[in-house]
Design a protein around this ligand. Sequence first.
Ligand code: PMP
Length: 389
Amino acid sequence: MSIREAISAGASSAPLSGIDAVINYGRGRKGLAAFWAGEGELTTPGFIREASVQALDGGETFYTAQTGISGLREALARYHGRHFGHGFEPDEFTVTAGGMHAILLALQATVKAGDEVIYLTPAWPNLAAAAGVGGTIPVAVPLYLRQGEWLFNADAVEAAVTPRTRAIFVNSPSNPTGWVATREQLAAILTIARRHGLWIIADEIYSRFVYGGDRSPSFYDIMEPEDRIIFVNTFSKNWSMTGWRIGWLSTHKSLSQTFANLVQYSTSGVPPFLQRGAIAALDHGDEYVDAQVVLARNGRDILTQSFQKNSRIKFATPQGAFYFFFAIDELADSRQVAFELIDRANIGLAPGSAFGAAGRGYLRMCFLRDTDQLKSAAERICEWVCRRT
Ligand code: PMP
């Protein structure tokens, strides 16, 4: 048996992310305009960096409380109180090493090998892949693009429930489609979860990125305290902190010790000096987020205007998040298209196939960019589409 064959089935079946496969191919090309990753180009704002540098210089280099320093959990309670309209307690929050770690802990707390977790596709690939590593079976319920809109069907979610289902993962606003669940749709999912005794893992990390209103509809708006919901979240997107690897989860405060234990046995905590920066982001970062949303909205409008001139390009104008997810008529192999766009147009996009079978034929383009970059990229894509038959 080779050394590779000796590792666990979960680890060996973990797929290379389809986004990374394209990034690996195009990385370092001269002049390549890259829109494949889920981040803008701005570095973290100074007021956040300074808070962290100060804490680091001030000696905050020791082990930290497992659920996060009390100052950060208090800041999370304030932030949620401000944006989600009711009181929150610090004990409802656990600080994690990014949104991905929050998802992992939510899975560890709710599912085991052989269980099923339902999720909506096209979907950011990491949930299904992380579930798979633990032997949990991800069950995809597709959304469909019809006449410029992604359609959600609660009956399809209900039909996907089996005796082995333990959780429903709901990402709204959605990466990659930009679909935003209405309050009624969230209520329908909650009804299904209650009826079958399922957990909801609510990924509302893009909730501030909506194009109308302060935030998207949230399970916070409709839930009762005893509902089995774990919210996963991150500092990555709102405050340009993707490389910091800091996020949080929130759930019923009676689970605080459980999550402290799960943190203990995974990362053993998030660096305390990073947590200081996170407090600054929450307490003083609302204007920064608003400006990012304006940038994203502008980006969305530019791509909408450019792509609607080309009848071969099909899309729904995103209602949230910061990705354009589009298909090109007669070009079904989006992985191949993503490689060709690198070679022929010097544009880096994420292939829709990375987001599951329902994403095949699509490409994802992050539009958290300035006007000039997006205009020029859209022109190059449209030119390439016209040349390519
Ligand atoms: N959920 C969704 C829907 C995402 O798009 C991402 C990041 N791309 C995450 C979670 C994870 O965020 P983080 O970078 O903090 O791990």
